[in-house]
Design a protein around this ligand. Structure first.
Ligand SMILES: Nc1ncnc2c1ncn2[C@@H]1O[C@H](COP(=O)(O)OP(=O)(O)OP(=O)(O)O)[C@@H](O)[C@H]1O
Ligand SMILES: [Mg+2]
Length: 229
């Protein structure tokens, strides 16, 4: 089977600081992959590199096509949704405007209203607060909104950075159930994949149906040790 996402020898840089030292992994359609690693290991940077938000070298292929040189917007248009660490909602916009924005690259506008309703069914608190500014939601509510906004893209691939942060365990369980559900008709229907990060050790709540775990820190350490034995 050809991997949906193939990352080879990924190195990423913040100015002179090298944050990734040659990370390689692949993930398949229909899978949930977790990137594990200590604080500072480079999990967030890996997701940023996939979205071309940080300078990187190496090869990243999505559905057989290279992502290098593509703008972040083009990456989103390919169906890759990123929920950044620390939520990443548009704080001065309302809940509903955030959800509409999640669908901004979609061409099937007729399904957008029903998808918003679906998000409200999954997260009733967002319906109650649909006219409220996102920045005034609680931390957990903002996390729900960030995930719902990403789902509004009908993504082929979801990149979730610390998705369980600040959420009650039951909500975390529901969140992964929602992502298991069929994504309906539309240009991004069919099986998708998810890539989530988690700091420290494995989290059973996230890893129940995992098929792959990649330890970012270990990958980078292995590489470093080979270079400097
Ligand atoms: N904007 C930046 N400028 C300079 N260095 C950065 C920047 N962002 C991250 N780094 C550095 O890159 C390395 C990897 O950071 P990253 O945020 O990817 O780690 P992480 O695995 O997501 O950690 P955490 O579990 O704490 O979220 C760290 O050493 C960090 O200090
Ligand atoms: Mg991080």
């Amino acid at each position: 089977m050809t991997a949906m996402l193939n990352v080879k020898d990924l190195r990423a840089y913040y100015g002179q600081v090298q944050a990734l030292h040659g990370l390689s992994f692949a993930l398949n359609e229909g899978s949930l992959t977790t990137l594990l690693g200590a604080n500072g290991a480079g999990k967030t940077t890996t997701l940023r590199a996939i979205c071309n938000m940080v300078r990187s070298t190496g090869a990243i292929e999505f559905e057989g096509k290279p992502l290098s040189g593509k703008s972040t917007e083009s990456v989103v248009r390919l169906g890759i949704a990123h929920v950044p660490q620390g939520r990443g909602t548009f704080t001065t916009m309302t809940v509903e405007e955030n959800l509409q924005l999640g669908a901004i690259t979609r061409s099937d506008s007729k399904n957008i209203v029903s998808d918003i309703e679906r998000m409200y069914e999954h997260f009733p608190v967002l319906k109650e607060r649909h006219t409220q500014q996102a920045g005034t939601l609680s931390g957990g509510e903002q996390q729900m909104l960030a995930v719902a906004r990403a789902l509004m893209l009908r993504p082929r691939l979801m990149l979730l950075d610390e998705p369980s942060f600040g959420l009650a365990p039951l909500i975390v369980r529901d969140l992964f159930k929602i992502q298991d559900q069929p994504r309906g008709e539309g240009h991004h229907s069919g099986g998708g994949a998810e890539c989530a990060t988690g700091a420290g050790t494995r989290r059973p709540g996230l890893c129940d149906r995992n098929r792959a775990h990649r330890d970012v820190g270990q990958c980078c350490r292995d590489r470093e040790q080979r270079r400097h034995p």
